[in-house]
Design a protein around this ligand. Sequence first.
Ligand code: NAP
Length: 253
Amino acid sequence: MKLLILGGTTEAMLLGRALADDPRFAAMISLAGRTRTPAPQPLPCRIGGFGGAQGLAQFLAAERIDALIDATHPFAEQISRHADFAARSVGAPLLSVQRPEWRPIAGDHWIPVSNMNAAALAIGGTPRRVLLTIGRKDLAPFAAAPQHRYVIRSVDPPPPELLPPNAEIIAARGPFLEEDERRLLAEREIEILVTKNSGGSATIAKLHAARALGVRVVMVARPPPAAGDRVTTVKEALAWLTLRHEALSPRGV
Ligand code: NAP
């Protein structure tokens, strides 16, 4: 059974590892090519966009893909829409693998917001020391609030023209340890952390550190999930694939 996994996440990597030695499946991972040095992938990998939803549909048809797995980041909205369109166009089943959201617990000081503009407003008018862990793409609302001092952590440094004034850049890729996160918050005297509700364990240590130090967290909610079949773990994804594989295989084979 030929599979295309849309990746760029821990889940795609773990699913890839689980499928690498499974003779029932011939799977390939696709990455957008956003980071300069992508992590090594456990499966054959292609890099770069497909040229829109039509391009992805053409790719699925040309490669005779039997099922499409959308294991992209919960905030990667566009590619998930394209996956839905392309899978419908060629009649391939689509599964979305999306890790559970983070939830606040006792001791957290979360300010929930629904998008990045609201996140920038939620910091307020008074100058603050702010840690942004939102990636490189969505900095414009913060550049428009230049009264704050920003520390921006992303895998690769953001383009200089997108930066707010007074920004310090930390280029780093998770997973991060809580003691390092605490040190970062304490040394930079961070008052507010801004993050997307990405979920997962690789970057959760910042939330533990913020709780321990009484740092407020502006938490940006996820966009609505795409339509179609959805699971939250790699184990559930493998069960879904097994069912699909059985449905494709002739009886008794
Ligand atoms: P996006 O806005 O949903 O997608 C923009 C375009 O990038 C898509 O239309 C597609 O180009 C291309 N693309 C995205 N994911 C792709 C993939 N896996 N393989 C091939 N092309 C892909 O996506 P994004 O938010 O920029 O995220 C890009 C990648 O980074 C995704 O793979 C995602 O899993 C990963 N990531 C994103 C975030 C985040 O916060 N957004 C965080 C961590 C990792 P075409 O239209 O040309 O096909």
